[in-house]
Design a protein around this ligand. Structure first.
Ligand SMILES: [Zn+2]
Length: 397
C-alpha cells in the first residue's frame, strides 16, 4: 500500500474477481499465521486453493514484501517454503489524547516490538500532535532496526466521533482543534497509509484481539477519560451505526437536574463520571487532586472523599451500562481508561449500578471487567486494525 491510500472498511463487491482474490489472500495469510512456514504445495492443500492460485498470490505478495520464500526440500523434491514477513513488517498504532500521545509498533502476528508515550500540552494543535507522533514513530523504528518502508499502515485513534462517510473528525470530540481534520490530511503529514478511528472503538478491538477477552463476539468497551465513549463489538464486528458515531454513552441522561454538559444537555453521564469532573470535585484541599494518577493513589490510600466520588461515578456508569446492556445483550462489558487502574474499587460501584438497572437475566449473564491494558488499549487497537486490514483485504492499492 502506498502513502495516500485510504484503508477501505469493506472489501470490493462480493463475488467480484478482486473480492475473490482478496478472500484467497486472506486464507493464505491466516494459514501462514497459524502454521508458520509452509511449502506452496502444503499451502494449496491446507487452503483448498489450486497450486496455480497459490503460486500467483505468493508471487504478488513476495513482490510487495509481505511474504518471503526460501528453497527447501519436501519428500526429497525441491520446493519453496513460504512464510509471512512478520518480523520485518510493522503495523503502527497511535493514540492521541487530550494530554498524551502513545505509539506502539507490532509485527503482523501481534507481537508488540516497541512502545512509548509522551505528554502533550492541553489545547495542542493537531499538526503539533502529529509531528510528535511522527517523531516517536521514527525513534521506535530506529530502536528495533526498521525503517519506514517496513510500516504497512498506521491506525490512529482520537477521542471523538469520526464520520465514516468522509473519514473526518467531527464535532463532539474533547479535542476541538481536531474537528474537520480528515484522514487525507493525516496521511499527508505522516506520509504513510492511515486508518482513522474513534478511540473507544479501538479499545474494544484491543480487548478482543489481545488478553483475557480475546475472541469475545459481543463486547462493550467503555473508555472513561475526559470524555466517556464506548466501542460496540456486535457479532464480532465493530458496530459503527449509520454514519460511524455509535456508542456515545457519555451523553446518556442520568440526572434530569444535573450539571450542564458540554453537549448542551443537563445531567449527562459525563457530568458525573468523566475524569475531568472527578479531578474537579477533588481539586480542593486536602485532596488537591491534579491528575487521574492522584485519584488512583488516594483511592488506594483509602481517602474517604476520593472513594465517595469514585463510588458515585461508578454507580452512574453502571446505570448507563445497564441501559446499553438491556438493549444489546453483550457477553462482556470492559471499562478502560486511566481509572481502570482502580480495579475492584471502580468495578464494585459499577456492578451496583448495573445490578439495579439491568434486567435480572442480563445481569446474570453479563461479565463486568476492567481493562488489563489500562491506558494502552487504544494504541494497541490502532495497531490491530492495521493487522485486521492486512488479513481481510491485503494491501492491494
Ligand atoms: Zn452531554
Amino acid at each position: 500500500m502506498t502513502p495516500g491510500t485510504t484503508f477501505s472498511r469493506r472489501s470490493a463487491n462480493p463475488g467480484s474477481q478482486a473480492a475473490l482474490r482478496k478472500l484467497n489472500q486472506q486464507r493464505i495469510v491466516h494459514t501462514l499465521l497459524q502454521a508458520g512456514s509452509l511449502t506452496q504445495a502444503e499451502l494449496s492443500r491446507q487452503t483448498g486453493l489450486s497450486t496455480a492460485t497459490v503460486s500467483n498470490i505468493v508471487k504478488s505478495m513476495v513482490e510487495r514484501g509481505l511474504l518471503t520464500t526460501a528453497p527447501t526440500t519436501s519428500s526429497g523434491r525441491r520446493a519453496l517454503s513460504v512464510s509471512l514477513s512478520g518480523d520485518d513488517t510493522i503495523a503502527a498504532g497511535i493514540d492521541i489524547g487530550r494530554s498524551h500521545v502513545r505509539v506502539v509498533l507490532c509485527t503482523i502476528d501481534h507481537k508488540v516490538v516497541a512502545e512509548r508515550w509522551q505528554p502533550l500540552p492541553l489545547g495542542h494543535e493537531a499538526d503539533f500532535a502529529l509531528e510528535v507522533a511522527s517523531g516517536i514513530l521514527d525513534e521506535l523504528l530506529g530502536t528495533c532496526g526498521r525503517s519506514r518502508s517496513a510500516v504497512i499502515g498506521v491506525g490512529l485513534g482520537v477521542p471523538g466521533p469520526i464520520d465514516s462517510r468522509s473519514h473526518t473528525v467531527i464535532d463532539g470530540t474533547i479535542l476541538p482543534q481536531w474537528v474537520g481534520i480528515t484522514v487525507d490530511e493525516i496521511q499527508d503529514r505522516l506520509k504513510l497509509p492511515v486508518r482513522l478511528e474513534n478511540d473507544a472503538n479501538l479499545g474494544a478491538i484491543a480487548e478482543i484481539t489481545w488478553g483475557p477477552h480475546k475472541g469475545v463476539d459481543n463486547l462493550i468497551f467503555v473508555k472513561v477519560g475526559t470524555g466517556i465513549g464506548s466501542g460496540l463489538i456486535l457479532d464480532g464486528e465493530i458496530f459503527g451505526g449509520n454514519v460511524g458515531i455509535s456508542g456515545e454513552i457519555g451523553h446518556l441522561p442520568i440526572h434530569e437536574h444535573g450539571l450542564i454538559c458540554r453537549c448542551g444537555n443537563r445531567g449527562c453521564l459525563e457530568t458525573i463520571a468523566s475524569t475531568a469532573i472527578l479531578i474537579e470535585l477533588l481539586s480542593r484541599e486536602p485532596q488537591n487532586v491534579r491528575s487521574t494518577a492522584d485519584i488512583v493513589r488516594l483511592a488506594e490510600e483509602g481517602d474517604k472523599a476520593t472513594l465517595r466520588v469514585v463510588d458515585d461515578a461508578g454507580q452512574a456508569l453502571g446505570r448507563a451500562l445497564a441501559a446499553i446492556a438491556n438493549l444489546l445483550n453483550p457477553r462482556m462489558v470492559v471499562i478502560g481508561g486511566p481509572l481502570a487502574g482502580l480495579g475492584n474499587r471502580m468495578l464494585e460501584p459499577v456492578r451496583t449500578g448495573f445490578m439495579r438497572y439491568s434486567s435480572p437475566v442480563v445481569f446474570d449473564t453479563t461479565e463486568l471487567a476492567v481493562s488489563s491494558f489500562t491506558d494502552r488499549a487504544e494504541a494497541l487497537g490502532a495497531a490491530a486494525i492495521v493487522i485486521q486490514e492486512f488479513e481481510a483485504v491485503g494491501f492491494d492499492t
